[in-house]
Write a protein that binds this ligand. Structure first.
Ligand SMILES: C[C@@](CO)(OP(=O)(O)O)[C@H](O)COP(=O)(O)OP(=O)(O)OC[C@H]1O[C@@H](n2ccc(N)nc2=O)[C@H](O)[C@@H]1O
Ligand SMILES: Nc1ncnc2c1ncn2[C@@H]1O[C@H](COP(=O)(O)OP(=O)(O)O)[C@@H](O)[C@H]1O
Length: 287
């Protein structure tokens, strides 16, 4: 029997991102605050009991299917099955810009781990899925766990957090930024003092920043210009290593007024920050 499951694959923002050191393997140690957005991709999984294998209904331009984080997550999970699993066709509606610092690929991987764990009746725990996900990317565990969180290490040591669920204008300046390039820049700040967090950590925007921002502004004038424009209306910041930037607003209407006045040619969206992932909300409704 064919079964179909459609699930959201939301974006994340790094409300702040501090680089506090470097591990012996060269990876940077971070302190960051992750919050989800009620905006993202959608993925539909259809089991094909008569046709084994993992298939994408459509490829993503520029990403070989074997490299697609959806396929890599599905294969990693299949390797954990103790008996053969039914085939699956996976269809992706992509809305999130790739390589934008919104974690779209990591979110697609996490949604796939949770979806196929359910459809294949594997009963792996969230702990086990987060561990599997970390091998695919540093941002996958927070999407698997599904609660806004303060992240340490490379972002995998997570403490649930409850930042205000404000509205955001997210803009995508017209440039692509490679994460590895930013982390290898000589001028990058790598020694921000560690901050301590209380259990009900909410974040403190005034005492935090994104340590990648200075380097990114210098290398990408498009990001600098967009940040200057958005900062006229309130605090504006880079997410991850960019290229997306965000401005925070207390209401949807305040965010939409600014969105409507954005310079022509720039893309993006308006979304609400949420502390429970839309993916986990949907999975709870299905139970
Ligand atoms: C910066 C963050 C913040 O949420 O988000 P994005 O901007 O990618 O969304 C993440 O930590 C991104 O983690 P992840 O997605 O695993 O990074 P990758 O693209 O695989 O990293 C590319 C390269 O950047 C360097 N890198 C990455 C992460 C890190 N903490 N230290 C590093 O030095 C490594 O050289 C790595 O090979
Ligand atoms: N399903 C996927 N969705 C998006 N990107 C993917 C996917 N699979 C592999 N990738 C690769 O991962 C890279 C990072 O994508 P993404 O997670 O969207 O950005 P970021 O890490 O900056 O938030 C992309 O440039 C692309 O090459």
């Amino acid at each position: 029997m064919t079964t179909t499951l459609s699930l959201p694959s939301p974006a994340k923002l790094n409300l702040f991102l501090h680089i506090v050191g470097r591990r012996p393997d060269g990876y940077h140690e971070l302190q960051t605050l992750f919050q989800f957005l009620d905006y993202g991709d959608d993925i539909t999984y259809t089991t094909t009991p008569d046709q084994p294998g993992i298939r994408l209904a459509e490829s993503i331009e520029g990403v070989a299917d074997e490299d697609n984080l959806i396929v890599r997550a599905a294969r990693a999970l299949e390797a954990r099955a103790t008996s053969p699993v039914p085939g699956v066709t996976i269809s992706l509606t992509k809305r999130l810009p790739m390589g934008g610092g919104l974690g779209g690929g990591s979110s697609n991987a996490a949604t796939t781990l949770l979806a196929l764990n359910h459809l294949w009746h594997l009963n792996l725990t969230i702990e086990e899925l987060a561990h599997l996900g970390l091998a695919l990317g540093a941002d996958v565990p927070v999407f698997v766990r599904g609660h806004a969180a303060f992240g340490e290490g490379i972002g995998e040591q997570l403490t649930p957090a409850n930042p205000p669920e404000d509205w955001f204008v997210v803009l995508k300046p017209d440039c692509n930024i490679n994460t590895g390039k930013i982390f290898s820049e000589e001028g990058l700040t790598r020694n921000t003092p560690r901050i301590k967090i209380a259990p009900a950590f909410e974040g403190d925007a005034s005492r935090s920043r994104n340590d990648c921002e200075d380097v990114v502004r210098k290398l990408y004038p498009e990001v600098n210009q967009s940040l200057e424009w958005l900062a006229q209306f309130g605090p504006a910041r880079l997410t991850g290593t960019g290229a997306c930037i965000f401005g925070r607003f207390p209401t949807e209407s305040a965010a939409r007024i600014i969105w409507e006045s954005k310079p022509s040619g720039i893309t993006g969206f308006v979304a609400k920050g949420v502390n429970i992932s839309p993916l986990h909300k949907k999975l709870t409704e299905l139970k």
